[in-house]
Design a protein around this ligand. Structure first.
Ligand code: SF4
Ligand code: SF4
Ligand code: SF4
Length: 301
């Protein structure tokens, strides 16, 4: 009996923000992506982190693809597809990244309700990005779902094998523990289109004091040091903005702009301070670390 109870309990779950939320990495984070996506105002951002108000959350999953670091754990919106068509309803407007996920799964047409102007704008923005990649764009159709293509006639044999497959999928999607079906990771932005970066990362070496705070906190490991080389791998950036939030020198700019992924390389000097003996990094040869010079700051991590 306890086994049955445990299994029944495992079929449901509460949406929650997990440990990799960038707000847990630094109190300076300004990320509000999940809160902005929630149509039920069920997300509260407090000093202690992101809280989901159970009484208001309907489990729609809209917040899941919106999080740049996949910190919201749960199941993304249950979307309807017919053949290569994604059918969107009046509510639960997807994010671009959710549409990209469907694109990668072979969806090429999006059916939107009549008058769905916001969805049309979103699809236009998504298509602008697809155009840069030089690939087919989403086609948009409007109108009732039953008018759509995709109701292909199946042979008797195909019909029964589809029935068996659908039955298996239905069973898997209803009787397996919810946690086994959590799907936030499929919305990872880095590497979604191989060789492309969704964000441009610019580090201003005139302003940067090489305090390393962003190097350590960046969840995408965009900044890598090797000997005296700093490599900025733009393809790993997820657009979380944490680097800009924590940089007290205002030396970083991250902006959404699809470009070929780049490895930007800069050279620095690993030095030892003659005054306090601490090791530090500098763009040029100097005896005194930025902290002793009074112009630098202590690392936050
Ligand atoms: S699942 Fe839906 S209602 Fe619940 S917090 Fe996320 S967006 Fe809001
Ligand atoms: S979107 Fe993700 S990273 Fe940003 S505050 Fe919400 S849970 Fe944290
Ligand atoms: S470079 Fe900045 S915006 Fe990009 S993943 Fe790292 S911390 Fe986030």
């Amino acid at each position: 009996m306890p086994l049955l109870m445990n299994w029944l309990e495992s079929l449901t779950y509460d949406i929650k923000a997990g440990g990799q939320c960038v707000r847990n990495a630094s109190p300076l984070s300004t990320c509000t992506a999940c809160k902005e996506s929630c149509e039920k105002n069920a997300i509260i951002i407090e000093k202690s982190g992101v809280q989901i108000v159970k009484e208001q959350c309907n489990g729609c999953g809209l917040c899941i693809p919106s999080c740049p670091v996949q910190a919201i754990e749960g199941l993304s919106p249950n979307r309807k597809t017919i053949g290569d068509t994604l059918v969107l309803g009046e509510d639960l407007q997807p994010t671009k990244y959710e549409l990209f996920h469907f694109y990668k799964k072979g969806i090429r047409t999006i059916a939107i309700p009549k008058g769905g102007s916001e969805m049309q704008i979103l699809i236009d923005e998504t298509n602008e990005i697809l155009e840069k990649i030089n690939t087919n764009l989403f086609q948009v159709v409007t109108g009732p779902v039953h008018d759509l293509k995709g109701q292909t006639r199946l042979s008797r044999r195909d019909f029964f094998s589809k029935l068996a497959k659908d039955g298996k999928n239905l069973a898997l999607s209803t009787v397996t523990p919810a946690k086994w079906r959590f799907d936030q990771d499929k919305f990872k932005r880095a590497g979604m289109f191989e060789g492309w970066a969704f964000f441009q990362v610019h580090l201003d070496s005139e302003k940067c004091t090489l305090c390393e705070t962003c190097f350590r906190l960046c969840p995408g490991k965009v900044f890598m040091t090797n000997g005296s080389l700093l490599v900025i791998d733009t393809g790993n950036c997820n657009g979380c903005s944490l680097c800009m939030d924590v940089c007290r020198d205002n030396a970083l700019r991250v902006k959404p702009d699809l470009q070929r992924a780049l490895e930007l390389v800069a050279t620095f000097l690993p030095l030892s301070c003659q005054k306090c003996s601490c090791d530090f990094l500098s763009w040029e040869d100097t005896d005194i670390c930025p902290i002793c010079q009074g112009s630098g700051q202590h690392s936050l991590s």
